[in-house]
Structure formats: C-alpha cells, structure tokens
Design a protein around this ligand. Structure first.
Ligand code: ATP
Ligand code: MG
Length: 178
C-alpha cells in the first residue's frame, strides 16, 4: 500500500450507516456469512464508498470540501437486499438491487467535484456496495438477504489510514442532504 507523504491525506467520499445498521451488518457477516471464511469489518469501519480520492495535498482537500458543500440533493432510502462475492479482491458485499436517482446523482456530482479539483477521471463504472468481509474464500450461499432499509441523510469526506491494527477511517466533514 502507498505511504502518504507527510503533507498528504488519503481520502474518500462515503455514506456511513447509523450505528445500529452497522451493527446489524456486522452481525450478519459473523453469522449468516460465516461460511465465506472472511474477515468481517468492524461496525465503525462499515461504509459505502461514493468516490475514492486517494492521497491528496491539503489544497485539493480544501477544494473538494468547497465543491461538496455546494451539492444540494434530496435524502433517499437504500434497501439492501442482495449479497454477493467478488473473487479477485475476495470481498463479500451487500448491495441495494435498485440505485435511487439521488444516489447516482450524488456519485456523479462528486465525480464532477473531483474533476474540478484537478483529479483524474474515474474509469470504472460506479457500483454502490457495502463491503462486509475481506479475504473471503467463497460466495455467500444465499444471494439475497432480508431487506434492510437505510434512510440516507448525509454524506461524508473520510480520511483513511492503514495502521497495524487495520484500516482506520476518520470522518473529516459531513454534509446533510435536503
Ligand atoms: P486498506 O487499503 O488499508 O486495506 P481499505 O481498502 O478499506 O483498507 P482504502 O484503500 O483507503 O482503505 O479505501 C477506502 C475505500 O475506498 C474502501 O471502501 C475501498 O474499497 C475504496 N477504494 C479503494 N481504492 C479504490 C479505487 N481505486 N477505486 C474505487 N474505490 C476504491
Ligand atoms: Mg484499499
């Protein structure tokens, strides 16, 4: 993994679930998904990435914060009802089978914010997903889950640090949806 220069921070935009939802996802990973033999994320690590930024200098971070503050989009609800596995990153995830328009708009507007602050365009299509297990060996037996409703009221800019005990995410700023 890349070591940040002293004046850089590794950042990403994300949605973070209310703690009770995060605990529910964590519990699901420990019980129903045990057969996948992965390492579950701690409740406080569970998030849905909107746009990965990577390591940037303070001026870029400030530019991104300014641009994110200009976003005005409505609140929306995500319904997580799908489970799956990506073998190459060995990740087990949960997804909403339907992407509400404001989520797609939010991701698109954050992409524009990144471009406006001088970052390179994201080449991959945006696939909203919530990682539940890392280093998993097999796919979940079930491709569906009891639908879990997440009312999304805000998005955040998060700093990511890789420490010996694992990834530590620190919320730097949060913006409310309308
Ligand atoms: P670590 O890399 O320390 O094992 P991590 O992958 O959770 O932990 P980051 O690499 O900082 O931490 O990633 C933060 C979030 O952004 C994670 O949800 C990760 O899946 C996502 N992410 C990382 N790199 C990319 C990328 N190139 N494109 C899209 N999303 C990414
Ligand atoms: Mg990573």
């Amino acid at each position: 993994m890349a070591l940040e220069k002293p004046d850089q921070q590794r950042l990403f935009f994300a949605l973070t679930p209310p703690i009770e939802l995060a605990r529910y996802f964590h519990h699901l990973a420990m019980t129903d998904l045990q057969e996948c033999r992965g390492r579950q994320l701690k409740p406080e690590q569970i998030h849905l990435t909107l746009r990965f930024i990577g390591s940037v200098e303070a001026e870029v971070a400030t530019c991104l914060q300014q641009a994110a503050g200009e976003i005005t989009l409505p609140r929306f609800e995500l319904v997580f009802d799908t489970l799956g596995y990506w073998p190459r990153p060995r990740v087990v995830w949960s997804m909403p089978s339907r992407t509400p328009a404001p989520l797609a708009d939010l991701a698109a507007q954050l992409e524009q914010a990144c471009l406006g602050c001088g970052l390179a365009a994201e080449k991959r299509a945006y696939v909203p997903h919530l990682t539940l297990l890392r280093n998993a060996r097999q796919a979940p037996a079930q491709g569906t889950m009891k639908p879990l409703h997440w009312p999304v009221e805000a998005f955040a800019l998060i700093q990511s640090e890789t420490l010996p005990q694992g990834a530590v995410y620190t919320e730097l700023q949060r913006w409310s949806l309308q």
